[in-house]
Design a protein around this ligand. Sequence first.
Ligand SMILES: [Zn+2]
Length: 504
Amino acid sequence: MKFKRKNLLLLTIDAFRLDHLSYTGYKKKTTPYLDKLCRKGFFFNQMIVNGPCTPPSFSSMFTSTYPFHQGGYSPLPHNKTTLAEVLKSHGYKTVAIHSTPLLSRFYGYDRGFDIFYDGMMSKDDSSIKKTLLNRFIDKGSLLNDAMNFLQSLNIPKRLQYYVQVAFYTKFIQRKEYYENAKTLLQKAFRWMKKYKSKQNKKPYFLWVHLMEPHDPYFPYNRFLKKVKARGLTIDEIEYIREHPEYMEILREYKMVNKLIDLYDAEIRYLDARLRRFFRKLNRKNRKWLKNTLTVITADHGEEFLDHGMFGHQAQLYDEILRVPLIFISNRLKKIKSKRFGKDKKKNSIRNIVNMRDFSPTILELLGLPQEENFDGSSFANFIFSPRKKEDDLIENGVFSETYHKNKVTRFSSSQRDSTIGRIISYRTPKYKYIIDEESMKEELYDLENDPSEKSNIVKKHPDLASKFKSKIIKHLKQSKKKNLKEIVEKKKISQAIGKIKINI
Ligand SMILES: [Zn+2]
């Protein structure tokens, strides 16, 4: 089924775990507006991201490849075409608005965008800062080494936090850690208004990445009230607004409920900002989204000691891998009512899908031809045709992967540190298998009977475990990055025979 060529509005949300969207039955009313959008469009409830943090998830999303394949982790792989490049080649005006350093021009995320705002440089910046930043452009690997180094520092979390804040406030010169949803959505609205007034015939691709509810969580008091946060005192709330580093103390003392309240209040704030944004766009005299495909999703989730950690470190459990995905357009609305009749609630697509297939799906929904350079394939058929049969419970799975050292995220493999290991998971609708290259620990979970992945059944089902393990080995063989042991051996040989450069 083909669509007329239309605009694409892509809203991505950082660190938004699926089960905190109230549409999925979450006990707190975190997302009254997003719930409405879920009912209006098509909602996928098994979108699995290909990595547990921003770099692997976005690289798979925008270049349609698995993170370890084609060196596609961070920066964006040079040999892969990006979604923005494809849309630009089809005559789209391409615009990005965000304030996330990991998605900045230094990691190649500006590729294919006519206008790229990442909050990193402005006209007023000093020439020293501009020179310094420019030296890093296209040197994402240098930045990765710096990030790996920061992650490896054995200093208290609170101190690490101060280093980060100093970077953001002193170097990037932001008042706050990141630009909030209000600021970014206002920028997006202003751009749309200007573009519309030009009577331009070109369709557009506008990508906005929002940082709420990513940490540090410092929501306004009124949103804490809206999610009925009970654990925090007024004094604490006021203190957190002024001193977001207090969050690290809550983590140290394992104050899980207080942290969840803060996280949920950030989601509630985000929801309110989205409501405002969409209302402005949909006003009667505007109807700016009439010929637009709107897509809302997230890059990964967030953990609150579900598996012993906070945040989104190198773990591949569902609280981190499973995120919301919503497609909305007038055309989809018609298809939905044809498919599901009046029952508005029946629009969840339960098939398992993953970020590697995201860009091909977008192309199909926009009525554009597929891109040969993309590895994935479109899952739009799950929207157009009723679910014919259950997903194959074993064969139909997706991979997620990350670099780590002692379960702490690393931003790339590194020539300097050959002990950086990989964790890879294979997830099917029924099972999750995880293998850690560092400890060689294997885990297997029965997601139907144990959705929170608490009971490791790898010993009970060695047959299944070995089947999944061989799938992962086969998958890694396709990866451009070599096996770590191989890399170490090659390094030793090259050191022995002199200065021979090896590319890993
Ligand atoms: Zn992220």
